[in-house]
Design a protein around this ligand. Sequence first.
Ligand code: MF3
Ligand code: CO
Ligand code: CO
Length: 251
Amino acid sequence: MISIKSAREIKLMRAAGKLAAECLQEMLAMVKPGAIPLEIDKACYEWTKARGAVPAPLNYHGFPNSLCVSVNHVVCHGIPTDRPFQDGDIVNLDVTPILNGYHGDTNATVIVGSVPDRVVELVDTAKEGMWRGIRAVKPGATLGDIGHAIQTFVEKKNFSVVVDYCGHGIGREFHEDPMVVHVGKPGRGHVLREGMTFTIEPMVNMGTSETVLDKIDGWTVYTADGQLSAQFEHTLLVTTYGVEVLTTLDA
Ligand code: MF3
Ligand code: CO
Ligand code: CO
């Protein structure tokens, strides 16, 4: 069942979304050559707690840390390690504070130092793919319209879209209905209605869209071919005429 948020819940979602955006900005500022993922994890925990919020990833189905750090060929759900970032890495940070019972979920990928042009293109394509999906959101549009907008853009650039992991409804729960698949056909799938809140978070791969799950930690998702993957995420609200980005700083 897809929940429709009340006016009161929307206010709470806006506050959680803004906090998530601020948290992501603060944590991304720490990504530099030599910086250590586990130190960013600690900073995320302290930063979130100091603002009266809770990091949703921590202990979520047993996840061990306060944010996900997904480097290079890690698609998503990377567990922060003690391996310092290096020149040429691409690094995704994914944060989700819970404020007054509501979740804000956002992520972004940044480039450490210098990378080949095609890698810059990968990161830019993931970001623009997310925005193409966001611009498809309005009452009466469908989830298929969102997936189609993302898929056609990404595939035209000769990258691939991950289908094993999706966006999701969000609110009191971290992951609610519906599943927001980042590929699709126009007019297919659930119809969007004013008051729905969900994420769009396409993972875009350099090579195959296939993924593999780390057998030992049970969390880290890798590209099946070991090539790079980039991702961006925002939490969204369907409004009367279109869409509002909740995880933005200028809200
Ligand atoms: N933030 C991720 C998402 O966008 C989910 C992370 S679940 C965790 O849906 F347990 F790995 F943190
Ligand atoms: Co999400
Ligand atoms: Co997320």
